[in-house]
Write a protein that binds this ligand. Structure first.
Ligand SMILES: Nc1ncnc2c1ncn2[C@@H]1O[C@H](COP(=O)(O)OP(=O)(O)OP(=O)(O)O)[C@@H](O)[C@H]1O
Length: 457
């Protein structure tokens, strides 16, 4: 029976949720304060932790951090209010599994929990791979969807450019640094590079550097031998060995500690590693692809990321466009995620209503493709007929649409419009051409609007 911890200061709501989950066959424990929660998750392995983002006595993001330190593999789902969606997206970058906006329906919460349970990474130790043993099952330390992944190419200029870059760099052995916002498809891109490379018959190993506690990183990367430290109860193959002959994908590489950065650089330069507790050197032939959604060049300037490692990892860089920057692809992606959701949930929903398309078009998609995928999946679950209707969309998407009922050509005056302009400008680093493109208006219209609203930029 899956064991769920609910952390929520609203005691009535917390108890109601607990009762509901128990009725649906889960084991559910509750606590109203962060300190009680810490006592519980420090000693118990929960299958899922469900926590309110806003607790009276503690910061939800800090609590997420605390959980990840002691239980890096436990999926954490955040319960948020509408206004906190931005923070929730930030939390997902820091390792939260998903978020759900309150109030939610019973079906919604069950679906998010079931997704988390399905994708919870196992604690299994990787099989020891070797260069002589290609085509074994890929291993990954990140949650994986069960379905075989189909990759959509996209028709937008940004997508075509991305595809050109993948094809260009894949056959080489160059290290690739992939940058882009959360959920844009960095891991998918890394896999595409691997699949198009001469290493495709060997393993693709994905490591979420943000989820590995600093003390365990050496053993995760290089493995250990039994008895080398407390808790090393058997030999363990590290990620470098697991990826031997293939590709090692290091996600959120900016989160590596300085010490781990030195170890990584050494392994890359010498192409040799030693398991913790062993003196035997093992030769490894690994291509490194890294991803980050932070500005690594800035981290180098600030001294938190080593410059020599940065250059070693950045032999070629690829910037993944946000969903807003590849808006022409939205229909393709939404249809793809609809087909995936149908298969996953055993449903036969054929399409989206015109209103849903309009809402999709108006929304700014801070969580990019992952958010679109989640929203489509939830909507498919909630759909009774054969078409996704507007009522099945979450508040944050409806809210965008609710305020802006005009067509883009009209680009009406409202607080919402002003807000959209500011968001677009911030998102594009105040580049007005890019912001205009995001807003689907001409540069001139954007300038007029900026003057009209007296925006002090
Ligand atoms: N080209 C694509 N075709 C189909 N699905 C895609 C594509 N790109 C991304 N996705 C889907 O979007 C979701 C997010 O992709 P992915 O995990 O690669 O993003 P990410 O940028 O690595 O995210 P994060 O920053 O959170 O690590 C995944 O479920 C993935 O399957």
């Amino acid at each position: 029976m899956p064991n769920i911890l609910i952390i929520e200061d609203d005691s009535a709501f917390c108890q109601m949720l607990q009762k509901f989950l128990i009725k649906r066959g889960y084991d559910a424990e509750i606590c109203y304060h962060a300190n009680d929660a810490k006592e519980k998750f420090n000693v118990t392995d929960f299958d899922v932790i469900l926590t309110d983002l806003r607790l009276p006595d503690y910061d939800g993001i800090q609590l997420l951090d605390d959980i990840k330190k002691v239980k890096p593999k436990t999926p954490v789902i955040l319960m948020t209010g509408y206004a906190e969606v931005g923070t929730a997206v930030k939390a997902m970058k820091q390792g939260a599994y998903d978020y759900i906006s309150k109030p939610f329906t019973p079906e919604e919460i069950i679906m998010v929990i079931e997704n988390a349970l399905r994708t919870k990474p196992s604690d299994e130790i990787h099989d020891t791979p070797s260069v002589q043993k290609p085509k074994q099952k890929n291993t990954t330390s990140k949650p994986k969807e069960n379905l075989p992944e189909k990759t959509i190419l996209g028709v937008s200029d940004a997508s075509k450019k991305l595809d050109d870059y993948i094809k260009l760099v894949a056959p080489t052995d160059m290290s690739v640094l992939i940058t882009g916002d959360s959920g844009t498809g960095k891991e998918v891109t890394a896999k595409a590079i691997h699949k198009n490379s001469k290493r495709k018959d060997y393993n693709f190993v994905a490591v979420d550097c943000g989820a590995i506690p600093k003390e365990l990183a050496t053993s995760e990367f290089f493995g250990h031998i039994k008895g080398s430290f407390t808790g090393a109860i058997e030999d363990k193959t590290g990620n470098f060995e697991a990826a031997n002959g293939g590709t090692l994908f290091l996600d959120e590489v900016g989160n590596l500690s300085y010490e781990n950065q030195i170890q990584l650089l050494r392994a890359l330069q010498e192409r040799k590693i030693k398991r913790v507790g062993s003196t035997k050197e093992i030769h490894v032939d690994v291509r490194i692809i890294t991803a980050t959604n932070e500005d690594l060049a800035l981290a180098v300037q600030k001294g938190s990321f080593r410059e020599d490692l940065y250059h070693r990892l950045n032999e070629f860089s690829i910037q993944i466009p946000s969903l807003e920057e590849r808006f022409e692809d939205l229909i393709l992606f939404a249809d793809h995620f609809l087909a995936k959701a149908n298969e996953n949930l055993n449903k036969e929903v054929h399409g989206f209503s015109a209103e849903v398309w309009e809402a999709f078009r108006q929304y700014h998609w801070p969580g990019n493709l992952r958010e679109l995928q989640n929203i489509v999946k939830r909507a498919v679950l909630l759909t009774v007929g054969d078409e996704v209707k507007i009522e099945t969309l979450p508040k944050e998407v409806l809210q965008s649409n609710y305020h802006n009922t005009t067509k883009p050509e009209n680009f009406s005056k409202s607080d919402f419009e002003k807000d959209r302009i500011i968001k677009a400008l911030k998102k594009t680093n105040f580049n007005k051409s890019k912001a205009a493109k995001l807003l689907q208006v001409t540069r001139k219209t954007l300038y007029n609007k900026i003057n009209h609203y007296n925006l002090d930029l």
